[in-house]
Ligand binder design. Structure first.
Ligand code: URA
Length: 247
């Protein structure tokens, strides 16, 4: 693959030097889709003490009602410490939907996902494959959501019961957006979408499935900030996502 000036600029913005021979950073040949199995079929069931009726009800909501339901959610104790919920941002008809982890301090204050340092890296990564968070048509503007809609205190990891209680919102968002591709960033997105605890390094580089939707797994931008050596792998993941979107 030959890089255009624009692509080189974007790779530079991501902090990726073209130190590898170009054919080594090109997208991995679209791997055969994994067979569907119960392992990759979707979100874990809500815990037995979570009202199943509530999840069934969420599954009937339209976009505005879903947004309102998230804003008033008190299903777990994160509602006590949040400033506000973080529903998601972007095009509600996006072809590419990005699933991150949970709001951090900046997101909790601003009500928008990925607005801190990790978000700035994400904003530099997306144009490398022709995508953006800014206003654009559905083929170019992503929708960004998190597994949790509220900030865990002190940015601790989401706990399993929080993930289970919040998952119905993410499921409904995916059902309503109807993206062509899910881009799962980090281990909690993988846990919720693929019901897998495998490390990202073992899951990336091939296409998984959530229901019928292709899922590409990649590193979380916050991880990439701490481990810049893995940016080249993240770039290969983005190329795989772009190839999948172009199908
Ligand atoms: N990290 C995430 O996974 N999501 C955010 O919204 C911010 C940081």
């Amino acid at each position: 693959m030959r890089w255009s000036e624009r692509q080189r600029a974007m790779l530079g913005a991501m902090g990726i030097a073209l130190w590898l021979p170009e054919h080594r950073v090109a997208p991995v040949a679209a791997a055969p889709d994994e067979p569907r199995s119960t392992k990759t079929a979707g979100v874990r069931a809500a815990p037995s003490d979570a009202p199943a009726a509530q999840a069934a009800d969420i599954a009937t909501l339209d976009w505005d009602a879903l947004r309102a339901r998230v804003a008033s959610c008190r299903a777990c104790r994160l509602c006590e410490s949040r400033t506000q919920t973080v529903f998601g941002v972007g095009n509600p008809h996006a072809h590419c939907m990005i699933v991150g982890e949970a709001p951090g301090e900046n997101e909790d204050l601003q009500g928008e996902p990925f607005v801190g340092a990790a978000g700035q890296l994400l904003d530099r990564m997306l144009p490398a494959i022709g995508l953006t968070r800014g206003a654009a048509e559905p083929a170019r503007q992503v929708f960004i959501a998190n597994t949790l809609k509220c900030r865990p205190p002190r940015n601790r990891n989401p706990d399993p019961s929080e993930l289970a209680r919040c998952s119905a919102y993410l499921v409904r968002q995916i059902e309503l957006v109807q993206p062509k591709l899910l881009l799962a960033m980090g281990r909690f997105a993988v846990q919720v979408l693929l019901d897998s605890g495998e490390p990202i390094g073992r899951l990336r580089g091939r296409v998984h499935r959530w229901r019928d939707l292709p899922v590409v797994v990649t590193y979380h931008p916050a991880y990439l900030l701490r481990n810049p050596a893995d940016k080249a792998r993240a770039w290969a993941d983005l190329c795989l996502a772009a190839a999948q979107l172009a199908r």
